[in-house]
Design a protein around this ligand. Sequence first.
Ligand SMILES: NC(=O)c1ccc[n+]([C@@H]2O[C@H](COP(=O)([O-])OP(=O)(O)OC[C@H]3O[C@@H](n4cnc5c(N)ncnc54)[C@H](O)[C@@H]3O)[C@@H](O)[C@H]2O)c1
Ligand SMILES: [Zn+2]
Length: 352
Amino acid sequence: MQRTVTFPAHSISSKVITMENESIVDIFYDAIFDIRKTYALITDTNIARLYKKELSTLPKNFTLITIPAGERSKNFSMIEKLSEKLLKINVGKKDVLVGLGGGVVGDITGLLASLYMRGIPYIHIPTTLLAMCDSSIGGKNGVNTAGGKNLLGTIRQPLATIIQPCFFATLPEKEVRNGLAECIKCAVMMSKKLFTLIEKNHQAILKKDIPLLNTLIAQTRNLKTMIVTGDPDEKSLRKILNYGHTIGHALEKVSVYTIPHGAAIAIGMHLENVVGLNKKIVQKKVVDQVKELLEAVGFQTKLPARTKKTISHYLAHDKKREGTHIPMYLPSRVGSAKLHEIPIHDLQSVLL
Ligand SMILES: NC(=O)c1ccc[n+]([C@@H]2O[C@H](COP(=O)([O-])OP(=O)(O)OC[C@H]3O[C@@H](n4cnc5c(N)ncnc54)[C@H](O)[C@@H]3O)[C@@H](O)[C@H]2O)c1
Ligand SMILES: [Zn+2]
């Protein structure tokens, strides 16, 4: 059974297809198959290994391209290498890239699609909770440079996004936890209802209860879609999605990406709340509520000691800074947030 779900996001003109009870092969034959086109299917080494059998039966006009799994693949030389491969297999302007994987594959595929031949269509098939709930929405893509995370990137909407819960069968619990951090972010900023759902059910979610995961994905996607539809170019409201990410991104960079994105933004959310508490714009009750949930889910909320010395430097170079301040949304209560201008030195002072 195939069902097309329309989120309130017509203006970002990207189709969302939710599939149920199907094998992954059906995605290629039922959802995106068009004999006239060449498809370059980009995935990572883990997915290629786990779904080897299924991927060996792809339609003839699909070419599988595998990149090393992990954040270290998110660099510009990977984009250059992949574009050479696309040329070799004759991918033209009307052909399609398909990103099958987590946020790393999605970000690389999106950027490649926006640069190759000045832009060709692409389809997202997210395989992690983080990618289903977050990175596959809104069209942001990017690669990292020596200077920072996602420093080179564009905003380009996919032709379609295919949500297929069968990928949870192989997803390790630590990756579910990682994705849950982005759901908690959206909940704290925008939805008490989602916060309560996670508070009550985090253990079942971590054990991959599919109906709960479907509810979690639908609610989080709706919130993010609403925001990016209202502010596709991050002029104002979209900044709400950066909650936890100012400190989180700096932490990822300092740890040379050994701290996963979800774990880094969990620490980021707590410490950004503490900055707000120090400035009397976030209540103690809210700081405690969020910290309690993050810790119950299994996240640390303290900075690892080894990162303390160097993290201040990265914060000072944050790409979101405006002079000596960074505009940041902080929770006024759970489920609602306000924009504040936070001096960079206030952020640095909670890192000591
Ligand atoms: N573009 C955006 O708007 C946006 C938003 C949030 C995060 N991101 C980016 O997303 C990335 C993080 O995404 P992620 O957490 O999905 O990381 P990831 O793509 O590295 O995936 C995490 C790990 O899970 C493995 N994996 C993926 N699907 C699997 C499955 N079904 N079964 C077993 N293993 C599987 C991967 O091989 C990898 O080892 C970061 O680079 C972050 O910057 C982008
Ligand atoms: Zn994130």
